[in-house]
Design a protein around this ligand. Structure first.
Ligand SMILES: Cc1cc2nc3c(=O)[nH]c(=O)nc-3n(C[C@H](O)[C@H](O)[C@H](O)COP(=O)(O)O)c2cc1C
Length: 370
């Protein structure tokens, strides 16, 4: 599939997750394979043009971090335009616009994003950005404010006419937050609303089977994965393989999980400095631990680390402790082994047999904006 002129290696995308989809994570995922396109955390357009240190850190990239979209947030047309230009100059392949909710009553009480309430105004803002840059501009939205206001299809249509290159849609309303399950029919209505640009479906994809289900049920051109990439950084490779050959690769063994976690950690230390990187990694490591099997002592101690040495000590002691649950190869004994990874679908129809519809935890973060 393509975004603008870019031919992607797969139709699998990394969803922006503020506080997590930083350069260390993106590069770690890319190295594992299967990821066709990644987006940065949401960045405030004004902060970027003011060269705010944190904003610049969020858009930091590297040659292996390609193709990359920078996600901007803002409602002042000139700021969004200038920030888009800056993204282009910095070498981003695309700019993605974070769009909040489209309903007037929400904006009146200060809850929603004014940008989405006035389609004409939004179109003008987006047109200004598209005119200013050569790289494609895309938009990310929810289905609407609530079930009575599913405005995403209308918005998608207007944005396509404005020249947006692709639409990312998380199949929940803003009122829903992260509750319930993703509404695949809602995503399908956005797919149907546009003429030719790709619509990328997003929400609750935690397994290759769930990704296929999303494609089949909605007709979307690609699948964007957020929390599922925490659960399983190998999800892009496993899904790409599944799409290509129907083969479901086994989940990686413990040793591979530790190897990748260590690389991810090391990149945090390089990127943020050892002390800050180690502290930030405290909220990342527990996601790896979800698939370690018994891991209580690891989870308790990893949230106290302040250095590389701390990390290695906690890990070494944990591996030693874990061995009581393992066979000679270091794999969990059958009675401690984990079940297969589960998927969660909103759609009640056609759920593949044997998949457990458990909810996905939401990592801590300022989730209000999306
Ligand atoms: C902690 C967290 C941070 C997020 N940050 C962003 C963001 O910066 N920009 C955005 O458009 N969406 C953001 N989202 C929404 C995700 O991109 C995605 O739409 C949502 O999590 C559903 O996909 P998933 O089920 O694959 O995680 C965030 C979600 C979470 C849980």
């Amino acid at each position: 599939m393509r975004i603008g002129a870019h031919e992607l290696s797969t139709n699998l995308f990394l969803s922006p997750l503020a506080g997590y989809t930083n350069l260390p994570f993106r590069v770690t995922l890319r190295e594992l394979g299967g990821l066709g396109w990644a987006t940065t955390d949401l960045v405030n357009a004004r902060s970027l043009i003011e060269r705010n240190r944190n904003a610049l850190k969020m858009v930091e990239s590297s040659p292996e971090d390609r193709p990359l979209a920078i996600q901007l947030f803002g409602s002042v047309p000139e700021e969004m335009r200038d920030a888009a230009l800056m993204c282009e100059e910095m070498g981003a392949q695309s700019v993605d616009i974070n769009m909040g909710c489209p309903v007037k009553k929400v904006v009146k009480i200060g809850g929603g994003s004014a940008m989405m309430t006035e389609l004409d105004k939004t179109a003008a803002l987006v047109r200004g950005m598209i005119k200013a840059v050569k790289i494609p501009v895309t938009a990310k939205m929810r289905l609407g404010w609530d079930d009575d206001n599913l405005t995403a299809p209308d918005l998608a249509r207007v944005l396509e006419d404005t020249g947006v290159a692709a639409i990312f849609v998380h199949g929940r309303t803003r009122a829903q937050g992260f509750s319930g399950r993703v509404n695949l029919a809602g995503i399908r209505s956005v797919v149907k609303a546009v003429k030719s640009i790709p619509v990328i479906g997003n929400g609750d994809v935690t397994t290759p089977v769930a990704a296929k289900h999303m494609l089949e049920e909605t007709g979307c051109a690609g699948v964007s994965i957020g929390r599922g990439a925490f659960y399983d950084p190998w999800i892009f490779r496993r899904t790409a393989q599944y799409f290509e050959s129907g083969e479901l690769l086994a989940e990686p063994p413990f040793t591979e999980r530790v190897r990748v976690m260590r690389r991810h950690f090391e990149r945090y230390c390089e990127f943020y400095g050892e002390d800050h990187g180690a502290r930030l990694f405290r909220k990342v490591a527990p996601w790896y631990a979800k698939r370690f099997g018994p891991a209580k002592p690891f989870k308790q101690r990893i949230i106290t680390i302040r250095s590389r040495t701390d990390f290695e000590t906690v890990l070494a002691e944990y591996i030693e402790w874990r061995s009581q649950y393992c066979d000679e190869e270091g794999e969990l004994l059958p009675r401690f082994a984990l079940g297969p990874m589960t998927a969660s679908f909103m759609s009640d129809e056609a759920e593949p047999a044997g998949l457990n519809r458990s909810a996905i935890p939401v990592p801590k973060g300022p989730v209000d904006v999306w």
